[in-house]
Design a protein around this ligand. Structure first.
Ligand code: COA
Length: 173
C-alpha cells in the first residue's frame, strides 16, 4: 500500500473515490432522504477541483483503497466549532471526508491517510486541524483521530448526518 498526497489526477481515480464515498457516506446516511447521489457526487467533484483543498489517496497497486479530503473550514462548520467552544483561525483546516474501502478497514490504511493529511495541512500552514467524527465517540473514526492526538471538543446528537458526532481538533506544530 502506498499513499499519494495529491489532487485527483485522472478520471479513473475520481470514479474510485466516488464509489468509496457513496458506499461509506451516501448509502448509510443520505440515500433515504435524497434518493440518487448526483448532488453528493457533484459536490465531491467540485470540492476536489478547488486549489485550496487537498486530497490524499491510498493505493494498493493501482487501485484506490482509501482517501482523505481536507480544506479550509466551511462556514457552517466554523460556526459549529465556535459553538463547541473553540476560536478557529482563518488558516485552520478540517478533514472533510476520510474513508477506507469497506472490507479493507482495520489494516492501518486510515492511520496512514490521517498522518499524510496532517503533513499536508502543515504544508498549508494550518495552525489547527478539525474533524467531525461519525457515530460519536463509539465510532471507528474517533478511535482513529484520538490515537493520533486529536482531542474532543464536543460530542452532540445530530451533528453528523443527523446522528451523534464528535468534534475533534489537533494543534499542528
Ligand atoms: C474511520 C476509518 C477511516 C478508519 O480507517 P481504518 O483503516 O479502518 O483504521 P486503521 O486500521 O488505520 O486504524 C487506526 C487506529 O484506530 C483503531 N480503530 C480503527 N477502527 C476501530 C474500531 N472499529 N474499533 C476500535 N479501534 C479502531 C485501530 O485499532 C488503530 O489503532 P492503532 O493506531 O493503535 O493501531 C474507516 O474505518 C472508515 O472508512 N470508516 C467509515 C467512514 C468513516 O467513519 N469515516 C470517518 C469520518 S470522520
Amino acid at each position: 500500500m502506498h499513499i499519494v498526497a495529491n489532487y485527483v489526477q485522472n478520471a479513473r481515480d475520481a470514479t474510485a473515490i466516488e464509489d468509496i464515498a457513496v458506499d461509506l457516506f451516501y448509502k448509510p446516511y443520505l440515500q433515504k432522504a435524497k434518493g440518487k447521489p448526483d448532488s453528493f457526487l457533484t459536490a465531491i467533484s467540485r470540492w476536489t477541483r478547488q486549489p485550496t483543498n487537498g486530497l490524499v489517496i491510498a493505493y494498493e497497486g493501482n487501485d484506490v483503497v482509501g482517501f482523505s479530503m481536507h480544506g479550509p473550514l466551511s462556514a457552517g462548520n466554523r460556526r459549529l466549532y465556535k459553538d463547541a467552544g473553540s476560536d478557529p483561525t482563518l488558516d485552520d483546516r478540517e478533514v472533510a471526508l476520510i474513508g477506507v474501502r469497506p472490507g479493507l478497514q482495520g489494516n492501518q490504511i486510515g492511520k496512514q491517510l490521517l498522518k499524510a493529511t496532517q503533513e499536508e495541512a502543515v504544508s498549508f500552514h494550518a495552525p489547527n486541524l478539525y474533524a467531525v467524527c461519525l457515530e460519536g465517540k463509539a465510532g471507528a473514526s474517533y478511535k482513529l483521530f484520538s490515537k493520533q492526538g486529536f482531542g474532543e471538543l464536543m460530542t452532540h446528537d445530530g451533528i453528523a448526518y443527523g446522528k451523534p458526532g464528535t468534534i475533534v481538533r489537533k494543534h499542528l506544530a
